[in-house]
Design a protein around this ligand. Structure first.
Ligand code: SAM
Length: 290
């Protein structure tokens, strides 16, 4: 069935997806799907798949299906997506799942090998994955005239410096305080400890090189977890959003991804309130035209 400028689309099992409008400039979603994905909270479950155990060697890997869902909101089929902090390739796998192309850049060659192994096991064509520092690789891509329709990325964990860390010992109920809790998440450029200002400055170095490669009116979405440490909540998503606005992007949304796979912790029980961090933020920014 079709209405003026609109055509009804169907899933593989014959259910109606709603009506797609020929005026849709952003994506290939129907009106019904667009409304669903305009929600500011994602509570959809993403069960482990696509060689999850292999990809878990990274520790900060994102579900490829979630990446695909985001890519489908911000691009049309055939679009080119950039991930300048690509890890084991959640964005690249997501792009393949929804018939988009992607370029990933990652410092650590071991993660690229894992991605290639995942592609082999899943019988997927590997996307272009460059081993190197984005701060050097991105200007080369710019010189080649590469333009991206969308940037989807995920920032490295902030490894707070020793001074700040020692102030923030925290414990589970009944346990003695712990000095240095180890994280398997990948730090920024092998830096073991850094201040928040240094972390943001390193990120600025990457994002300020990536944004010139984004098409005008294109979107950038970035995963960023806030942290509770040093006895206080660190609003890292807000700090990152300010930095990204400083380099010329406009903040459009903070989507909360409620990660249902996260377990609840009991830090602070009976002493003080400490949240169980079971969400991540997905900041959405746009490179506005003049
Ligand atoms: C949070 S992880 C990304 C995880 C990814 N979303 C996935 O699904 O696997 C961030 C990655 O950025 C990489 N990285 C940090 N600084 C970089 C830089 N300047 N250039 C390229 N990669 C970098 C780290 O090695 C790390 O693997």
């Amino acid at each position: 069935m079709s209405k003026a400028g609109k055509v009804e689309l169907f899933t593989a099992d014959g259910s109606s997806r709603g009506f797609y409008s020929s005026l849709n400039r952003l994506n290939e979603l129907t009106g019904k799907e667009w409304v669903y994905w305009s929600k500011s909270v994602i509570n959809k479950q993403y069960p482990p798949n696509m060689q999850h155990r292999l990809r878990s060697q990274h520790g900060g890997q994102k579900p490829p299906d979630l990446c695909a869902d985001l890519i489908k909101v911000f691009t049309k089929e055939g679009a080119l997506v950039l991930d300048p902090l690509a890890g084991v390739g959640g964005t690249l796998l997501g792009a393949a799942l929804c018939r988009r192309n992607a370029v990933g850049i990652e410092l650590d060659s071991r993660y690229i090998e894992i991605y290639e192994e995942v592609c082999r096991l899943e019988e997927l064509n590997a996307q272009r994955f460059i081993c190197g520092n984005s701060r050097q690789v991105l200007p080369q891509l710019a010189a080649d005239g590469v333009v991206f329709d969308f940037i989807l990325t995920d920032v490295p964990y902030w490894r707070m410096d020793k001074a700040e860390k020692s102030k923030g010992r925290y414990k589970k109920a009944g346990e003695v305080s712990k000095e240095n809790r180890k994280s398997r998440l990948s730090p920024f450029e092998q830096v073991s400890y850094q201040s928040k200002a240094e972390w943001l400055s390193d990120l600025k170095g990457v994002f300020s090189k990536a944004v010139p490669l984004l098409k005008t009116d294109g979107y950038l979405a970035v995963f960023i977890g806030d942290m509770y440490n040093q006895g206080r909540y660190h609003f890292l998503s807000a700090d990152l959003a300010c930095m990204l606005e400083d380099i010329g992007l406009t903040l459009k949304a903070n989507i909360v991804w409620y990660d249902v796979s996260k377990s609840l912790h009991v830090y602070g029980y009976q002493y003080q309130y400490i949240p169980s961090m079971i969400h991540q933020n997905i900041l959405v920014l746009r490179k506005e035209g003049a």
